[in-house]
Design a protein around this ligand. Sequence first.
Ligand code: SAH
Ligand code: SF4
Ligand code: F3S
Length: 480
Amino acid sequence: MLDLTAKVHDESRQGEAYAPFVNDPTVYRKKFYIESYGCQMNFSDSEIVASILNKEGYGATRNAEEADLVLLNTCSIREKAEQTVRKRLTEFRKAKESKPGLLVGVLGCMAERLKAKFLEEEKLVDMVVGPDAYRSLPGLIEEAETGQKTVNVLLSRDETYADISPVRLESNGVTAFVSIMRGCNNMCSFCVVPFTRGRERSRDAFSIVAEAQDLFDRGFREVTLLGQNVDSYYWVNEEAAATVQNAAGEAVTFAKLLEMVALVSPDLRVRFSTSHPKDITEEVLLTMAKYENICKYIHLPVQSGNSRILQLMNRTYTREWYMAKVDQIKRIMPDCGISADIITGFCTETEEEHQETLSIMEYSKYDYSFMFFYSERPGTLAARRYKDDIPEEVKKRRLQEIITMQNRLSVESNKLDIGQTYKVLIEGESKRSDQDWMGRNSRNKAVVFAKGNSNYKKGDYVYVTITDCTQGTLLGYLQQ
Ligand code: SAH
Ligand code: SF4
Ligand code: F3S
């Protein structure tokens, strides 16, 4: 039998499917199944799609075999991400053969990148819908039901889905993503995102705070504010600015937004991702330091530790500039955790330049990293300008060295936590044992500890003293 049920990878949620939200046939006349790939933004978008579909009478199912509509929310960031989706589509081809009415739609970045070409390449696909076109899904589904192939890949300058309340599917009820902006105006030469997601735009600050408040009222205790480049968040209340009294002071920067969300409740933790090193300001760092509930953890992708490569990547900072940023973070928040994204084997990268990536990792002491080898993406500046000239075996070897370095740094960082006591938000039972809780400390490290005789539950804050660690987890005991 085909495996069309949820696939959950250990290190990430790639390909995860959603559990039924409400399985009541009187509410929902049809069923949809959605799988998401790529970054958290895509997972967050799937929750917006679910909300739009719920209103149309489609309820979510975790089992693709009983679905009337199958959606894949896709990612184009690396060649491999696209291959995974194509492989998955061939599996759905078989499902479609045995169920003629089944509709298959491709959403997200791959839909945007390939547009109508998708319909030529993958004949079984009925709908191709880009990330800014989800409001048109109901109409597109209706058309597809008549046997028409449909495409909407229009990018928008102002769509933020601000008024759509995402359906929290497959949620632990404690942590949630809140999208604060869309698109990206940077032009990192390796990156396909500006092409698939369009221009940067920031969402209404009040709708963000209202969503965080609503989540808190429903028992959630942590929100992660999401954007490709959160530090360039900038929103002006046009309505208020239009009235004379309020003409000044209505612009909301990311630092201000962080504060607004932090003030929802001291018991609501606030996280954010991703920070471009060039845009994270001292004001943001000071705001983080000021509020205990803004988590002391920054995802600060470095990409490379060498200034020449950084320039070719169009990252607009140098090695020294990045290191100074790390110093500034540690000066303002000595306990702040930092993680990174790293690309190895970018065009023309020499062995010495690779060594500089290893040494900047050591300098920054990352708690963890997401590590990739360079994958050329059609249409990007790098694809047009530079030759992808590092042989695959060299890329792989360098990547392995980077992974080995990160493993060492993660263990070293975790060892420093032994003997410390941390405030931990309980997210759920540990994967390994229902006798243990799993939660995170402010620094985003996973902490596992025995439940003991306590009456704590998911969403509670507890204090845990760390006694041991693995590469990815701190182990400890509950302070009674
Ligand atoms: N907006 C985020 C990154 C989004 S993409 C930022 O600027 O930090 C996530 C990560 O994928 C990037 O940080 C980069 O490390 C990696 N990535 C992007 N394009 C890639 C490519 N062509 N090949 C390999 N890795 C890539
Ligand atoms: Fe891509 Fe750069 Fe934008 Fe990140 S900041 S999404 S890497 S272009
Ligand atoms: Fe992938 Fe698109 Fe995110 S390319 S990483 S899903 S913005």
